[in-house]
Design a protein around this ligand. Structure first.
Ligand code: SAM
Length: 241
């Protein structure tokens, strides 16, 4: 019985993973510029990558998160919502969220912003209600000053593949903690590779309620929804702002 259930789960995983990854179609070369094409919201999105930086490559978690947003737009309606993306990389999640009607703040390390801005502008210009804002956000650095809670209240925090063996996991946790207010939802696609990912999830669960939305073992990716556990008092909210 258990065996047949596991097999059924594996088949669903394989099918879903295949469907999600099939959104990717073959790389093209136009003139001197290489790009990869994706279709979301019935629109073609062209992503330029550059292999010299982590953030200049599109990772499968981003495709998984975009697939979720596109196929669950009734329940997670992004129209007119304030959204921030952490570690946006090449920008696919920012672009898809903008096409779905969100006001997006797309963030990453300074080195990555040029390529990110290029992809975001190229794919959202004249196609979106709100022009996405691309800006630097280094996890844990001046987040309180640059994104004060009183003026920066996000409905959604989006993140794809931001947890891996890097030395800034605590800073990332603190950034989630600062940006996530009482009514904020975190949608976070996570690729499991080694132990640091598991212990991050354990620590994350101490601060946030966590619901697993997708489990795709064939891609080693899970998609989580999370929201704050603690309800702050008015005084605490003002002190943290
Ligand atoms: C594995 S890539 C994922 C990129 C993109 N979200 C995707 O799924 O295609 C990790 C991203 O986190 C960003 N990143 C890494 N360390 C960071 C830090 N300390 N502060 C802000 N962003 C960081 C990288 O620049 C990169 O864009």
């Amino acid at each position: 019985m258990e065996d047949s259930k596991t097999k059924e789960g594996a088949a669903v995983d394989a099918e879903l993973a295949k469907a999600i990854m099939a959104r990717r179609f073959s790389p093209s070369l136009i003139g001197t510029e290489a790009w990869e094409g994706y279709i979301f919201s019935d629109m073609e999105i062209r992503i330029k990558e550059s292999t010299d930086l982590y953030g200049a490559v599109l990772w499968p978690s981003a495709i998984v998160l975009c697939h979720f947003l596109e196929t669950n737009r009734d329940e997670y309606n992004l129209t007119d919502k304030n959204v921030i993306e952490l570690g946006a990389g090449t920008g696919l999640v920012t672009i898809v969220s903008s096409l779905l009607g969100a006001k997006v703040t797309s963030t990453d390390l300074p080195d990555v912003l040029g390529n990110l801005q290029y992809n975001v502008m190229r794919n959202t210009k004249d196609r979106c209600k709100y022009i996405p804002l691309v800006t630097e956000l280094v996890w844990g650095q001046e987040v309180h000053q640059r994104f004060p809670r009183a003026t920066h209240c996000f409905d959604y925090i989006l993140a794809a593949d931001v947890v891996y063996a890097h030395p800034y996991l605590q800073e990332l946790m603190d950034t989630f903690d600062h940006l996530c207010q009482e009514n904020t939802q975190i949608l976070w696609a996570m690729r499991f590779r080694l132990d640091p990912e598991n212990s991050f999830v354990d620590r994350f669960r101490q601060r946030f309620h966590v619901e697993e939305l997708y489990n795709l073992p064939s891609l080693s990716i899970k998609l989580y929804r999370a929201w704050r556990k603690d309800k702050r008092t008015k005084e605490q909210r003002e002190a943290a702002a």
